[in-house]
Design a protein around this ligand. Structure first.
Ligand code: CA
Length: 407
């Protein structure tokens, strides 16, 4: 017998973030949550691109795991092609209902929970540094919940050309409730409260209650809850959204359109905006003075050397000096507007300037130092640091935050 589900979902920006980098997919029988990461809109691009790619591939009949691998490739390619998106990634936790169970794919620290008979069970493993430490027995769940580096992922979608994706199946029964959520929910709302909220018969009511609890708990991050109530076909008559056909026609287009619209918007604006930082140094301040003084006093053709020659030579010298001053000033301005992240004595730091040293002359100064050791980063994060890419101050600080540099 094939089970069906009624669904409810809500994504909320939370109380402290300027953007919502979470995305969810409702395209029955496929459901997913993605939590993007990366500064300056890159997280939104990563999560919506992953969601859109996954949904399209499943709709085209690809197996779920292959669809998730396509999503990884799509995010990775976009990140590789644009410096602004370098290192962006996303979590992905998705379930495809088929037959009497759910097939899951999962990467990152978003979570899938199953509520059965009043008992709540997390069915996904957290791919985070503290998650690995809990599984190794080096930390307790309680210690992990308050660990300063709890947001550091050990695996993410889109940060590498290929990624190890967890795939597993869970048998489902009528009466079960499933929750897919981002860490902005699970990091704030305890298991007991999640279990109580999931008891609600109306999945939308449950999702809204969970988001409300996360906001009451401080809402430090984006909050996304996607709730499914599993039922036998025929039990769902009281809710028009419950039959697979109705659910498909009612929910798929808005979800798909929403993801696509987010994508286009996120796609267009950062890439268009990408021109801005690189265009900023374009009106070169040294260009005008260089042409001006040189052009004006240029000797006419066949003009004889005479008493004006010394004056012209002096004028030329002054002009060259002026050019040198302008170039030095421009250099100083550029050095104070570009930033990069590097390692000093084994610890991470944000630098202002260029990652270049010419003899005794360093073209950068430490802007903000972190106590976080380079060695504690995940391999993919070390590779991001290794590139020493130039960034705007806000991009560099966003990356620093993502790397857990300020616990
Ligand atoms: Ca998050």
């Amino acid at each position: 017998m094939t089970l069906v589900a009624r669904h409810g979902a809500l994504s909320d920006i939370g109380l402290h973030r300027k953007t919502n980098e979470d995305t969810f997919v409702i395209a029955p029988p496929l459901y997913a949550v993605c939590d993007g990461m990366g500064g300056a809109q890159a997280g939104e691009v990563a999560s919506s691109l992953a969601a859109e790619t996954l949904a399209a591939a499943v709709a085209d009949g690809r197996p779920l795991l292959a669809a998730a691998e396509e999503a990884n490739a799509a995010v990775y390619e976009r990140a590789s092609g644009h410096e602004r998106f370098a290192g962006m990634g996303t979590t992905l936790t998705a379930v495809l209902l088929e037959g009497d169970g759910g097939r899951f794919v999962h990467v990152g620290d978003s979570r899938a929970y199953l509520l059965r008979g009043g008992a709540l069970r997390q069915v996904s493993d957290d791919h985070s540094l503290v998650g690995e430490m809990v599984r190794d027995g080096r930390l307790t769940e309680e210690e992990a919940a308050v660990h300063p580096h709890r947001s550091i992922l050990s695996r993410a979608l889109g940060t590498e050309a290929s990624v190890s994706i967890d795939e597993f199946e869970v048998d489902l029964l009528a009466g079960d409730a499933l929750l897919l959520c981002s860490d902005g929910l699970s990091g704030v709302v305890g298991a007991d409260d999640i279990g109580s909220a999931l008891v609600a018969d109306d999945p939308q009511e449950a999702a809204e209650e969970l988001v409300r609890l996360a906001r009451v708990g401080g809402g430090p991050d984006n909050i996304t809850a996607l709730v499914l109530r599993i039922e036998r076909p025929g039990d769902e008559g009281r809710d028009p959204a419950a039959s697979p056909a109705a659910a498909s026609s009612a929910a798929t287009p808005p979800a798909a359109v929403e993801a696509a619209a987010d994508q286009r918007q996120a796609d267009g604006s950062p890439e268009a905006a990408e021109a801005a930082p690189s265009a900023a140094p374009a009106p070169r301040p040294d260009g005008t003075p260089m042409l001006g003084p040189e052009g004006a006093p240029a000797p006419g053709p066949g003009e004889a050397p005479g008493p004006g020659r010394e004056a012209r030579r002096l004028g030329c010298l002054v002009a060259m000096l002026a050019v040198a001053v302008v170039i030095a000033l421009a250099g100083a301005v550029i050095l104070s507007t570009v930033y990069f992240i590097d390692v000093d004595d084994g610890r991470l730091a944000v630098y202002s300037g260029l990652p270049v040293t010419v003899g005794p002359l360093k073209l950068h100064v430490a802007y903000r130092r972190s106590a976080r050791p380079y060695a504690s980063l995940a391999p993919f994060e070390q590779r991001i640091v290794d590139r020493r890419s130039l960034r705007s101050r806000s991009d560099a600080l966003a990356l620093a935050e993502r790397l857990g540099m300020w616990p």
